[in-house]
Design a protein around this ligand. Sequence first.
Ligand SMILES: Cc1ncc(COP(=O)(O)O)c(C=O)c1O
Length: 188
Amino acid sequence: MVVGLHWIAQAFNFQDNMPAWLGWVAVVLLSHVNYRSGQMHDMAAVTRQAHERGALVIWDLAHAAGAVPVDLNGADADYAVGCTYKYLNGGPGSPAFIWVAPRHIPDFWQPLSGWWGHQRPFDMTVAYEPAGGIRRYLCGTQPIVSLAMVECGLDVAREADIPNCAGSRWRWATCSSPWSRNAAPGIR
Ligand SMILES: Cc1ncc(COP(=O)(O)O)c(C=O)c1O
């Protein structure tokens, strides 16, 4: 069973209190940062609790990548997806991304296979053979102009002091959001 847990995450402080019924959930899908409230989950704690209950976690980084520090390896995360057009500065039309923990790559595939993810694309073989690493999740030809834009955006993101920026932004979000003040005292 796969669940998207936005509304439940608002009711529970997940990192402290993951509900027992998660024992029958196979995959948890959560936004690291909730775009409405600014709530940010403790990725390592939530992932650990999910793993203890036998669930995998997919992190949606759409509002986190480029905005707050994200440490997928440190959190022992399983999977992540995100977009580059927001805080990574790529602008409209810039590509999405996927991250898969190296331990899952041999057994995990996505349904949109294509020549960019092929082990030997120019062999033109009849059978599809996925590339060995993360490259297997590519499918068709990349949007090169969009990638060039993201490259500029990533350069800016790399120069920015994300932990410092994130600190002031999240202090602001916590203070300014009525939802945060009234409904989620445990917000970080
Ligand atoms: C929480 C969240 N996930 C994913 C996305 C990416 O959606 P799409 O690929 O449709 O642009 C967004 C875009 O705003 C988002 O807010």
